[in-house]
Design a protein around this ligand. Structure first.
Ligand code: 5AD
Ligand code: SF4
Length: 458
């Protein structure tokens, strides 16, 4: 039996792709190993969304070179950097054996056989036409032991946000037929999964036979599914129908990740986001009318080319006004072939120290708001889907609320159970408390010892 180590960088799409790679390699009798040191095959599943992610990938490659020298391990680079930078990788890193794009995962066994048999370097980064693209179906057994799982519902992105590399690395949008999504949800319930998150770069423009709102509602009706989530959404596709789904279906969890990117209309225009701040707020207001307690999170980029102090102040004020439950804020980094990278000289770069100062101010503000919102839960009893033991204290349990808040608590609720937890304390990132009661699990009791294959997420 040979061993494979897959180092995953980046987003949930990549984590999912890693699972599909493991499954494809299982058919070649490769078993996953949690460390590169004893691997016969090392794959880096890369991310190019920001410069930092790419730098991390290059430094990891440097470390794995040693394993190649000592054990003769094969090294492959997959994912977004591979798709966009195949030639540069092959030139700069002579010990990389093969490079493959996100559309070539199903071909992995064939690629490795070619590298092994012919001792040649293989490059496989062709796009598969939308009509011919087949979404790899997940093997439910890899999800045994989990209460919650991700289902890919679409790939690619047809938007042209000027900062974003995704359309260049993941190609055009392709939606997965809704029947396949529902089948996958049903098969996950047979191994004990009770919550699914539907994922894609831009799920609201889903076109898999029914609307995205319908897909959420139908997924919520799958017997055994208690909770449905999704990510990621573009504000201009947030339809009234989707908002209505939040009003009528309590199994759709009360959390919406709605990246705003900036609070300045001028910056949004240069970002090619196709909405104004007022339009964004109008959508949010409607959403909150449908589900008053909904927790909204967002992504923000600071230091976009041409962003003035006044532009940034508007982002700061928007954060204060919306009172996001949380936000991922990033310093802008130019990405190859994107509109903003090509226009940066014309629009004007923001100095690095200014970007960092803005990021720190925004993070401090967000932390204050998150602390305040989480503190409001103290004294309440909340429903938590138990995912396992707490990462910080193994004697405690860990799960998430409908609002996607992390809860660590004293109790004995098994994985997959819905527990009621009395909240006693709160920080910016988590709630803590004591189990009040737990439902008796009707169908499947998931054995604690069974875990999904090891995935190393950077
Ligand atoms: N620089 C900084 N952040 C970026 N993001 C996407 N591209 C860039 C970039 N070039 C951020 C956006 C997006 C999140 C996934 O990553 O905020 O929503
Ligand atoms: Fe990138 Fe914009 Fe598509 Fe999101 S919607 S993946 S930010 S191009």
């Amino acid at each position: 039996m040979k061993r494979v180590f897959i180092h995953t960088f980046g987003c949930q799409m990549n984590v999912n792709d890693t699972m599909r790679m493991s499954e494809a390699l299982g058919s070649m009798a490769y078993t996953p190993t949690p460390t590169a040191d004893n691997a016969d095959l090392i794959i880096l599943n890369t991310c190019s969304i920001r410069e930092k992610a790419e730098d991390k990938m290059l430094s990891a490659l440097g470390r794995y070179r040693q394993v190649k020298l000592q054990r003769g391990a094969l090294i492959g680079v997959g994912g977004c950097v591979a798709q966009q930078e195949k030639n540069r990788i092959l030139e700069r890193v002579p010990y990389v054996d093969f490079v493959f794009g996100p559309d070539a995962i199903a071909k992995l066994p064939e690629i490795i056989q070619r590298v092994d048999a012919d001792r040649v370097r293989v490059v496989e980064t062709a796009w598969v036409d939308s009509e011919r693209y087949v979404f790899p179906s997940a093997d439910p057994n890899t999800s045994r032991g989990k209460a919650t799982e991700f289902i890919t519902v679409m790939k690619g992105c047809d938007n042209v946000c000027s900062f974003c590399v995704v359309p260049h690395t993941r190609g055009r949008e392709v939606s997965r037929p809704f029947t396949e999504v529902l089948k996958e949800a049903a098969s996950l319930t047979t191994v004990g999964v009770r919550e699914v998150t539907l994922v894609g770069q831009n799920v609201n423009s889903y076109l898999g036979g029914i609307s995205f709102a319908q897909l959420l509602l139908r997924t919520a009706q799958v017997p055994g599914i208690e909770r449905v989530r999704f990510t990621t959404s573009h504000p201009h596709d947030l339809s009234d129908e989707l908002i209505e789904a939040f009003r009528v279906e309590p199994k759709i969890m009360g959390h919406f990740h709605l990246p705003v990117q900036s609070g300045s209309n001028e910056v949004l225009k240069r970002m090619r986001r196709t909405y104004t701040v007022a339009e964004y707020l109008e959508r949010l207001e409607k959403l909150r009318a449908a589900r008053p307690d909904i927790a909204v999170t967002t992504d923000i980029i600071v230091g976009f080319p041409g962003e003035t102090d006044a532009d940034f102040e508007q982002t700061f004020e928007l954060t204060e006004q919306v009172r996001y439950a949380g936000q991922f804020s990033f310093v802008y980094s130019p990405r190859p072939k994107t509109g903003a990278a090509m226009k940066e000289a014309e629009w004007g770069s923001v100095p690095h120290e200014v970007k960092i100062a803005r990021l720190e101010r925004l993070n401090t503000l967000q932390k204050r708001i998150s602390v305040e919102l989480n503190a409001a839960s103290v004294g309440q009893t909340v429903e938590v889907l138990v995912e396992g033991s707490s990462k910080t204290d193994a004697s405690r349990r860990f799960g998430r609320t409908s609002h996607n808040r992390t809860v660590n608590f004293d109790g004995d609720a098994p994985i997959g159970a819905l527990a009621l937890v009395h909240i006693e304390h709160a920080s910016a990132s988590a709630l803590g408390g004591k189990q009040v009661s737990v439902e008796s699990l009707p169908a499947i009791v998931i054995p604690e010892a069974v875990v999904a294959p090891e995935v190393c997420v950077a």
